[in-house]
Design a protein around this ligand. Structure first.
Ligand code: GLN
Length: 492
């Protein structure tokens, strides 16, 4: 093979391992080397347990190849529990927390032979769109190290883009898989709410959170989804809906597919280069046989406001459990009451964005404001969901930009939380409605920054969006472009 091993996609590597052309240990060494040479610059990983990774590769090498991901190293966002590995949600307050169990998705990856590679950086508790709120420092965008990788799964997207992971898991509450995927030029899929078990995902907003793959191409995304999806008795919100063989169904083409283009997504605030790239992509979809027509999501304009009420309300109650007693880190001052210990631990443990969200969430749930904010937001959420229901009566898929702009520079939006929140304007309504969405690369800005196309479908129709995304990917070459990441030799 002329390409280095780390440059293979997950499915190419899985095929090579199955056929015995590559051994698990070789795959592991290749990706560990790539991680070492890129992580000083990018900081996509918070930690890699190289010893455990090598040990697992050795164990697999003594077995006959078995499972869809046999020997394939996969990296995990830091809010998904991996037994005995420090899992911090990129927060100081969870320093030293080692989960006693695997998340269901991790169990499923291992059951199919995958090798769990390491912990990926993220915004603290997944609050953010830039990975700048991580307590462990920022992750850099492999296409331009002066820019953010997107967020909150910025580490996942950067690692996949830089080939320091064959694939990764992220989580998406308002766009956190799709937006960084778009900004790093990789594929990111948020499944239908309930498609993938959340057992072992440290909760941000329980009615919105979903785990999903970040991958080098659409085939890899389909392969990973196939492995992690399905009912789990340990997550009461996971759905008992059969999991189709997504990978086999990719090649059905676009002939006869009806695609809606929501008008509301092409208004002020959309970067002209992003607009142009998405319009070109729609032309390609037409040429491939899809019938593309305008449609409308009339309540889309309320999505960001609605989300920041519901998501903060849920976050404020989910974060109440981090008080220095059960998990992670505790303020060590020897004196004072229990209440003071809580206060000191939380004051020191949470970063500024986490505190902002706890305060906002507590406020909208408080007596006197509950009806005005929380209860109203729930009603608007229903209206947003109904917009999608109506659109999917006429269309198989909807297509929008994933994010309004390409990756921005560090610090650009830190002083203005509202402008940061607006970078999820196209992804947030998808979580409110619980439907699936995928982002695929659809072009580059003049300065060489990736742009993403978002494809949406009705609940449990991941098959359709994968099919559309695959047909588009096959007709274009965007996904084959690689960033040139300056390698550095780490000091050992
Ligand atoms: N950027 C959004 C937020 O800050 C979405 C984050 C996410 O999906 N986890 O809430």
């Amino acid at each position: 093979m002329s390409r280095p091993l780390w440059a293979l996609t997950a499915h190419e590597l899985a095929d090579a391992l199955r056929q015995g052309q590559v051994r698990p240990r070789e795959a592991v060494e290749a990706v560990l080397e790539r991680w070492q040479s890129t992580n000083t610059l990018l900081h996509a990983y918070l930690g890699v347990n190289a010893e455990a990774v090598r040990a697992r590769a050795e164990r697999l090498a003594s077995q006959a190849p078995q499972g869809k991901l046999f020997g394939v190293p996969v990296a995990i966002k830091d809010n998904i529990c991996v037994r005995a590995e420090e899992t911090t949600c990129a927060s100081r307050i969870l320093r030293g927390f080692r989960p006693p169990y695997h998340a269901t998705v991790v169990e499923r990856l291992e059951a199919e032979g995958a090798i769990i590679l390491g912990r990926l950086n993220m915004d603290e508790f997944a609050f953010g769109s830039s990975t700048e709120s991580s307590a462990h420092g920022v992750t850099r965008n492999p296409w331009d190290a002066t820019r953010i990788p997107g967020g909150s799964s910025g580490g996942s997207a950067a690692a996949v883009a830089a080939d320091s992971a064959f694939a990764a898991l992220g989580s998406d509450t308002g766009g956190s898989i799709r937006q960084p995927a778009a900004m790093c030029g990789v594929v990111g899929l948020k499944p239908t709410y309930g498609r993938v078990s959340r057992y072992g995902l440290i909760a941000f907003a329980s009615s919105l959170d979903q785990i999903g793959p970040l991958a080098k191409d659409v085939t890899d995304a389909a392969l990973l989804l196939e492995v992690i999806a399905g009912y789990d008795p340990r997550d009461s919100t996971s759905a008992e809906v059969p999991v189709p063989p997504y990978r086999e169904r990719l090649t059905q083409g676009l002939q006869g597919l009806r695609i809606g283009i929501p008008r509301e997504c092409f208004v002020d605030g959309l970067d002209p280069e992003v607009r142009r790239a998405v319009e070109e992509a729609i032309k390609v979809l037409r040429q491939l046989g899809a019938a593309c027509e305008p449609t409308s999501l009339p309540h889309a304009e309320y999505a960001v406001a609605t989300y920041y009420i519901l998501a903060t309300a849920e976050a404020s109650s989910n974060l109440a459990r981090f008080d220095g007693v059960q998990y992670g880190w505790r303020n060590a001052a020897p004196r004072g009451s229990l209440l003071e210990m809580y206060q000191r631990t939380r004051a020191e443990g949470f970063g500024a964005e986490a505190k902002r969200r706890i305060m906002l969430g507590t406020y909208v749930l408080s007596h006197g404001y509950y009806d005005a904010y929380y209860a109203r937001a729930l009603k608007v959420r229903t209206l947003i969901k109904q917009d999608f229901d109506r659109a999917f009566e006429r269309f198989d898929c909807l297509v929008t930009p994933t994010a309004p702009t390409p990756a921005f520079r560090f610090g650009e939006k830190l002083e203005d939380p509202l402008s940061m929140y607006l970078s999820d304007i196209y992804t947030i309504s998808v979580n409110l409605a619980g439907i699936p969405g995928i982002s695929v690369p659809c072009g580059f800005s003049k300065t060489g920054l990736p742009i993403g196309l978002q494809v949406l479908a009705a609940p449990f129709q991941e098959e359709r969006l994968l099919r559309a995304a695959y047909a588009y990917e096959q007709a274009t070459a965007w996904h084959t472009r690689q960033p040139e990441v300056a390698e550095t030799t780490p000091s050992r």
